[in-house]
Ligand binder design. Structure first.
Ligand SMILES: Nc1ncnc2c1ncn2[C@@H]1O[C@H](COP(=O)(O)OP(=O)(O)O)[C@@H](O)[C@H]1O
Ligand SMILES: [Mg+2]
Length: 162
């Protein structure tokens, strides 16, 4: 696809969803505000890849998104050791992966990966662990730490144009 048209299209997608391409958060509460915008637009088959170093706020963002999507203050532990946590809601569950401890990308299939992609909303911390298994259509969210309280979110919608 022509690059200019692609840029136009992605701008429209972002405009419709009220999700800015970059977002500066000054507190965990402001991060939750951004997460709530995502909770409104995500649906079955959507994948969110959260990039950023340890302590960037990947889990804080995921927790706020999951709670907003579920509509109640669910307990949302970090999947550091379980690698995945599943939250059911009607037909579309949310799957929250933390792949930091994944040894081999192929091991993700044992965690319900295919079911997550086909029937759920998928959130992934440490998505680089997937190697070439990273889904071609996804939201890439890169979080950088500015200081103790401030984080910058860079958001890209990546589409499969093949
Ligand atoms: N603006 C912010 N957004 C999100 N988390 C923040 C922010 N400012 C400070 N924090 C703190 O940073 C930490 C982020 O931890 P966590 O979400 O577990 O990171 P990660 O999952 O990326 O390793 C939490 O202690 C949180 O309170
Ligand atoms: Mg985490």
């Amino acid at each position: 696809m022509n690059t200019r048209i692609y840029k136009e299209k992605s701008r429209i997608i972002k405009a419709k969803s009220m999700i800015p391409p970059t977002f500066t958060s000054n507190s965990e509460d402001q991060t939750a505000d951004l997460a709530q915008e995502f909770a409104k637009i995500l649906g079955c088959g959507d994948v969110l890849c959260l990039h950023g170093e340890m302590g960037a706020g990947k889990t804080a963002f995921s927790r706020a998104l999951i709670r907003s999507y579920l509509g109640y203050e669910a307990e949302v532990p970090s999947p550091t050791f379980t690698l995945v946590q599943l939250y059911e809601k009607n037909e579309t569950a949310i799957w929250h992966f933390d792949l930091y401890r994944l040894n081999d990308p192929e091991d993700v299939f044992e965690l319900g990966w295919e079911e997550a992609l086909s029937s759920g909303i998928t959130i992934v911390e440490w998505p680089a662990r997937l190697g070439s298994l990273i889904p071609v259509s996804r939201y890439d969210i890169s979080i950088s730490i500015v200081n103790n309280d401030v984080r910058v979110f860079k958001i890209d919608k990546v589409c499969d144009h093949a």
